[in-house]
Design a protein around this ligand. Structure first.
Ligand SMILES: [Zn+2]
Ligand SMILES: [Zn+2]
Length: 131
């Protein structure tokens, strides 16, 4: 069985925790981010903190395939990077890990491309993804 990785993420700009202890998904504190749709509607999304679990809650509707802007709820910095998704070409979103490293997720709703760069777990992660 694959080891479950629980993410503990912080804003890469202001270093504030993005974990929300009040909103739990699968019994874990969620990752809270502000989102903005292509029509400029703003909302909040809570992502499951378990890596590779795509369960989430959000307070606005997002169409499948839409590119969503992600912002830090504390400093409101835009977290999209210049790096693009190798599957769908949308910008990747960068989140810092408190233990060092980062996790990147695709900003296109429904794409689910993501990867983790964590010094000590990286080797194990790559091994578990060899197909
Ligand atoms: Zn911030
Ligand atoms: Zn993508």
């Amino acid at each position: 069985m694959k080891k479950q990785i629980i993410l503990d993420v912080a804003c890469p700009v202001c270093q504030k925790s993005l974990m929300n202890e009040e909103v739990k998904i699968n019994g874990l504190p969620s990752v809270e981010l502000n989102i903005r749709s292509e029509e400029n509607k703003k909302g909040t999304v809570y992502l499951c903190a378990a890596y590779e679990c795509f369960e989430h809650q959000k307070d606005m509707a997002v169409e499948q395939g839409e590119i969503v802007g992600f912002c830090c709820p504390s400093c409101h910095s835009e977290l999209l990077t210049r790096e693009t998704c190798r599957i769908c070409d949308a910008p990747m979103v960068n989140l810092g890990l408190k233990s060092g490293g980062f996790v990147k997720i695709c900003s296109r709703f429904g794409c689910f491309n993501h990867y983790l760069s964590m010094s000590d777990l990286e080797a194990e992660y790559h091994r578990s993804h060899v197909q």
